[in-house]
Design a protein around this ligand. Sequence first.
Ligand code: S3P
Length: 172
Amino acid sequence: MQKIILIGYMGVGKTTIAQLLAEKLNWGWVDLDKIIEEKVKLSIREIFEKHGEIYFRKMEHELFKQLVQNDKKIIISTGGGTPCYANNHLLLNGEGIESIYLKASIGTIFDRLKEAKSERPLIANQTEAELKEFIAKNLFDRSYFYIQAAHKVDIDDKNLATVVDEIFDLLH
Ligand code: S3P
C-alpha cells in the first residue's frame, strides 16, 4: 500500500482525519487544497474569485494526478469536488491505492458547513435555506463519484478518534 486517498463532501473532516491517520500510521500526509494554494500562491477563495472555477478544477486535476502518480508513501486529503471532475475518480483505485469515502448525511454536513462557509467559494454567499437545498442536490449529483472509492466510512455521530480507528482497522 503506497497511497491512502480520503474523499467526501465539504465539511466531513477529510483534512483533520488525514492528519490524525498519518500520525497513527507514521506516514506523510498532504492536503490537495493546500498544495493548490501553494502552487498558485493564492487562497482557494482568491483562486475562484480571480481565475474562476474551471481554472481551479484544471489545477486540481494536474496536481492530484502528480500526487497519485509519484512513488511516495503518503495520505492525500482531497477537496470535496476532486473525484467529481476531469475523470479524477479513475485515479482512485490504481495499484497500491486505498481510497476511502467519508460519508455523512445532509443534516450532518449542513450543521458543519453553516458555521464554515466563508472560505468555501461554492457556498460562501448562501442563506441557510439555500445551503441546505444546495447540499442535498450537490451530494446527490456527486454520490456517483464518491462511491467509486474502495471503502466507505460513515462519520455521522462519530468522533474523530473513532473514525480514524475504523479506517485503521479496515486497512489492516
Ligand atoms: C470544493 C471543496 C473545497 C475546495 C473548493 C471546492 C468542492 O474543499 O476544494 O472550495 O467542490 O466541494 P473542502 O472539501 O476541503 O472544503
